[in-house]
Design a protein around this ligand. Structure first.
Ligand code: GLN
Length: 492
C-alpha cells in the first residue's frame, strides 16, 4: 500500500485534486496505520466504517470537481468532543458508554468542510493531567522513545491527539487546551499545536473542564495545516455565549507573510525559570532565526507570571468541581445503584471518577467553600487580572512573545505519576496564556540530547493568531524539523 501517512494536509489535498490517489485509498492507508499503531493506545474508539463510508462520497466530490476545503482528510478527534452517535468518554469510567445525541460545533464545522472522522482519541480523564496517564483507558505511549530506548509520555491532556499525528495515524487531530493541553503534547511529540484566543471557537458540545479557560484547537504536522484547520473550526456560534463575532481572517495567508520589522518579546522570567539546557539552547537559536528573518528581539517582563501556576490550580479546579457536579448517576451513563439517593450519588461518583479528577473536585469545592472563598478563589481572580494586565502592557510594545513551551522534553512513562505537584510544574509556561485568554502555539524546533522533540511557544495578542502563524512559519523553515520518529511499534 502506498504510504500516505507522512504527507501534510496541504500536500494531500493537491494529490487528491491531481487524482494521484483516491480518498478511499488515503483513508484505507490511515486505517491500517491506526490498526498497526494500537500499541500506542492513542485511540479509544476507531471509526473505520464511518471513515470508509464517507470516503466514497468524497471520491465523488473530487470527480465532480465539487470538493470542499478539507474534502477527504482523515482526522482523529480528542474524546472530549461530543460526536453524534459515536461514543464520547472524556477518558472516564463515568462516561464509558456515553453516546451523545449531538455533535460539537467545531467538529460539525470540520465535517461540513469535508473532513472524515477516523476515531476518538485518548486523553487524561476529563482533560486533567499533563502526561495522559490519568485516562481510564490506560496511558498513551509517545511515538518518540528516548536514547535509553525507554517509553516516554506524549504529554497531556491531549496525548492521544498528539501521538496519533506524530505516528501518522490521521493527518491531524483536534485537542482542547485549558492550561496547555494542546501545546505541551505538541511539544513532546514534535507536532504543531495551536490554542486559539478564548472565544475564537465555540465550546458548545465540548465536555467542560474549566469553562473560562477551555478552548479547542488543532494539532498538525505543519504550520500551514494548523492554519487550514483553524479556518475550518472557527465560527460564531449563538449556542456559546462566549463565542466571538469577530471576523475570521484567512489564516493560511498569514503563514506566507514576512515577519520583517516585527517586534518579538522574550520574557526574562521565561529565560531563567529552570528550563533544561537543551531547551535554553533552542531558545537562543530561535532568537537568531527570528533576527535573520528581519524581526527585532525585545526583552520584556511579565512580573506576575510567577503566580500563574498557583492561580490556575485554584481557578481550574473550582470551575471543574462545578462542571463535574452533573455526573451524578441520573443524567449520564455510569450509575451504581444503592439503597437511597445519597448513597447512589456517592457510590456513582466514587467509582466513576479516577484519583486526579477527585483531587480536583476536592480542591475546587474547598476553594469555593464559604470560609475559604475570599482567601483562595477571590484572590486567584485578582491575580488573574494582574497577569492579564502584564500581557496587555507587553502587547503595547511587541507583536508576539517567544519562549519555551515546557521546562523539559518528554519524560519517561511513570516518572511523575506519583507526585501531582511535580506534574503540575509542567504547565508553568502554558497556563498564563489561558488565564489571559490569549492565542498561543507550540512549534517543533529540533531534538534534544535524548533524541526527543523540543517545542517552542509563541504567544499572540488577543485575536491575533495571524502574527504567531507568520512567525511559526519562519521558525519552521529555519528549524527544518523532520517529524519522523522511528516506527518501533511496527518493527517490533
Ligand atoms: N495539565 C493541565 C491540567 O492538568 C492542563 C490541562 C488542560 O489544558 N486540559 O490542568
Amino acid at each position: 500500500m502506498t504510504e500516505f501517512s507522512t504527507l501534510s494536509i496541504k500536500e494531500t489535498i493537491s494529490s487528491l485534486k491531481n487524482k494521484d490517489f483516491s480518498v478511499s485509498e488515503l483513508v484505507d492507508s490511515h486505517i491500517s496505520s491506526m490498526e498497526s499503531g494500537r500499541e500506542l493506545n492513542a485511540f479509544i474508539t476507531e471509526t473505520a466504517d464511518i471513515a470508509r463510508k464517507k470516503a466514497l462520497d468524497c471520491n465523488q466530490n473530487y470527480l465532480k470537481g465539487e470538493e470542499k476545503p478539507l474534502e477527504g482528510i482523515p482526522l482523529g478527534i480528542k474524546d472530549m468532543f461530543c460526536t453524534k452517535g459515536v461514543k464520547t468518554t472524556a477518558s472516564s469510567k463515568m462516561l464509558e458508554n456515553f453516546i451523545p445525541p449531538y455533535e460539537s460545533t467545531v467538529t460539525q464545522n470540520l465535517w461540513n468542510d469535508g473532513a472524515i472522522l477516523l476515531g476518538k482519541l485518548n486523553n487524561d480523564e476529563f482533560a486533567m493531567g499533563s502526561s495522559n496517564e490519568t485516562s481510564f483507558f490506560g496511558e498513551v505511549k509517545n511515538p518518540w522513545k528516548n536514547t535509553k530506548d525507554n517509553f516516554t509520555v506524549p504529554g497531556g491532556s491531549s496525548g492521544g491527539s498528539a501521538a496519533s499525528v506524530a505516528a501518522g495515524m490521521g493527518l491531524a487531530s483536534l485537542g482542547t487546551d485549558t492550561g496547555g493541553s494542546i501545546r505541551q503534547p505538541a511539544s513532546f511529540t514534535g507536532t504543531v499545536g495551536l490554542k486559539p484566543t478564548y472565544g475564537r471557537c465555540s465550546r458548545w458540545g465540548i465536555i467542560a473542564f474549566a469553562s473560562s479557560l477551555d478552548q479547542a484547537g488543532p494539532i498538525t504536522r505543519t504550520v500551514k495545516d494548523c492554519a487550514l484547520l483553524l479556518n475550518s473550526i472557527c465560527s460564531y456560534d449563538s449556542k456559546d455565549s462566549t463565542s466571538s463575532q469577530k471576523k475570521i481572517p484567512d489564516f493560511e495567508k498569514s503563514t506566507d507573510e514576512s515577519i520583517k520589522g516585527m517586534k518579538i518579546g522574550i520574557p526574562k522570567e521565561y529565560e531563567t525559570d529552570g528550563i533544561s539546557e537543551d531547551i535554553a539552547e533552542y531558545l537562543e537559536k530561535g532568537k537568531e532565526w527570528l533576527k535573520e528573518s528581519g524581526a527585532e528581539i525585545v526583552e520584556i517582563s511579565l512580573p506576575h507570571i510567577k503566580y500563574a501556576l498557583p492561580c490556575y490550580y485554584i481557578i481550574a479546579p473550582a470551575e471543574a468541581s462545578s462542571n463535574l457536579a452533573r455526573y451524578d448517576g441520573v443524567k449520564f451513563t455510569h450509575r451504581v445503584d444503592a439503597e437511597n439517593i445519597i448513597d447512589m450519588y456517592e457510590e456513582t461518583r466514587s467509582q466513576g471518577f479516577g484519583d486526579e479528577v477527585k483531587r480536583r473536585i476536592m480542591i475546587g469545592t474547598y476553594v469555593l467553600s464559604s470560609g475559604y472563598y475570599d482567601a483562595y478563589y477571590l484572590k486567584a481572580q485578582k491575580v488573574r487580572a494582574m497577569i492579564s494586565r502584564d500581557f496587555k502592557e507587553v502587547f503595547s510594545k511587541v507583536d508576539a512573545i517567544y519562549g519555551p513551551s515546557t521546562p523539559s522534553t518528554a519524560f519517561e512513562l511513570g516518572d511523575k505519576k506519583k507526585d501531582p505537584l511535580e506534574m503540575y510544574l509542567n504547565d508553568v509556561f502554558t497556563v498564563p496564556v489561558n488565564l489571559a485568554g490569549l492565542p498561543a502555539m507550540s512549534v517543533p524546533v529540533g531534538l534534544d540530547k535524548e533524541n526527543l522533540p523540543v517545542g517552542m511557544q509563541l504567544i499572540g495578542n488577543s485575536f491575533d493568531e495571524e502574527s504567531i502563524l507568520s512567525i511559526a512559519s519562519c521558525i519552521e523553515k529555519s528549524a527544518k524539523f523532520d517529524l519522523n520518529p522511528n516506527r518501533w511499534w511496527i518493527n517490533e
